[in-house]
Write a protein that binds this ligand. Structure first.
Ligand SMILES: Cc1cc2nc3c(=O)[nH]c(=O)nc-3n(C[C@H](O)[C@H](O)[C@H](O)COP(=O)(O)OP(=O)(O)OC[C@H]3O[C@@H](n4cnc5c(N)ncnc54)[C@H](O)[C@@H]3O)c2cc1C
Length: 305
């Protein structure tokens, strides 16, 4: 039976869950300390790519659902959603990635100095500052509400969906959720239309990425576990620009528009389960966008149990 549902959190996870719950006929109110453009989600690069999210089997299934939904949204012209081809460069020859079943095709494109292997595939690229407001409008159009509210504990309601990301340390008492800091540099668009992702070394060093959007290009990345600082570091920014320019020389000299830092809500595994009246859906690490629609569908199933 359709019920009143309170969704806590207005990042990509909370908003996607709210949309699906409204579409299923529930009455939905979203409560959040940070509104969509103030969240970690608004800083995401963001391409569909399973990164720092576990367990692999569920991530592949949620990711496949989200991939298909983003492809559909791109076709419909949803704000900020595009399908773009890109290339991932690898230091050593590797077997196919564990998430290969989530993408329609992935082609080996051979080595490119100094990389020993590479593959190319088409993936959703999401311009979050355009897409999050589109999701928020969809919620309002479907009769939902979004209200700013910093909560000291999860509210009382027939069903509560906890999509508070890192906020779950306090709201769910879950200290296994930890920040993995990511810094990006946003530069002007210089006519780039394919994305690039490159391994920086054999030992799991942080990859470099260059993600073109309609009006700008996002350069990254970093991942500093346990670091809570949201202040961009100039040194880190210079390193990112240097790595990105070696990878994609076309961006040399592109004007820097913004520096941004986000704290990824990392957890040993995404928590998606129902505990009484509360459905927990948090801990998506570096792949909240990538998993969003898959997790939202599962939340609707749990709300109707
Ligand atoms: C630099 C960077 C690049 C990234 N690139 C990608 C990418 O390419 N692809 C991808 O899929 N993912 C990417 N990510 C990861 C992605 O951003 C996260 O996985 C995603 O944003 C998590 O979404 P969320 O909705 O769970 O959390 P958040 O966006 O953090 O939202 C949490 C919400 O909960 C609210 N909240 C928390 N505590 C409380 C409280 N006490 N009371 C009320 N509300 C509360 C917050 O205010 C906020 O509204 C990237 C992240 C970073 C930092």
């Amino acid at each position: 039976m359709a019920e009143r549902v309170v969704v806590v959190g207005a990042g990509v996870i909370g908003l996607s869950c709210a949309v699906r719950l409204l579409e299923a006929g529930h009455r939905v109110d979203v409560l959040a300390r940070d509104l969509p453009l103030e969240t970690t989600s608004s800083i995401a690069a963001a391409i569909w790519y399973p990164y720092l999210a576990f367990p692999q089997e569920k991530v592949t299934a949620w990711g496949a659902t989200a991939y298909d939904e983003f492809a559909r949204l791109a076709e419909q012209g949803a704000d900020g959603v595009q399908m773009r081809r890109g290339t991932e460069l690898l230091r050593e020859p590797k077997p196919d990635p564990w998430w290969i079943q989530a993408v329609p095709t992935l082609e080996r494109v051979g080595p490119r100095e100094p990389y020993a292997d590479a593959w190319s595939f088409v993936t959703p690229v999401i311009d979050m500052p355009r897409y999050l407001p589109w999701l928020a409008r969809r919620i309002v159009d479907l009769g939902g509400t979004i209200t700013r509210m910093a909560l000291a504990r999860l509210p009382d309601a027939p069903v509560v969906v906890n999509c508070s990301g890192l906020g779950s340390r306090a709201l769910a008492g879950d200290t296994s959720t930890r920040p993995v800091r990511g810094q990006v540099v946003v530069v002007e668009q210089v006519g780039l239309d394919t994305w690039w992702l490159a391994e920086e070394g054999p030992g799991g060093e942080v990859p470099t990425y260059v993600i073109p959007r309609t009006l700008d290009i996002v350069l990254g990345g970093t991942d500093e576990e346990g670091d809570w600082s949201r202040t961009p570091s100039q040194e880190v920014a210079a390193d990112i620009v240097g790595r990105a320019t070696s990878l994609v020389p076309e961006i040399a000299g592109a004007r820097i528009l913004r520096h941004k830092v986000g704290l990824r809500p990392a957890r040993p595994e995404v928590r998606l389960e129902r505990a009484g009246d509360v459905i927990h859906c948090y801990g998506h690490g570096g792949a909240g966008v990538t998993l969003s629609w898959g997790c939202a569908d599962e939340v609707v199933g749990l709300a109707e149990k």
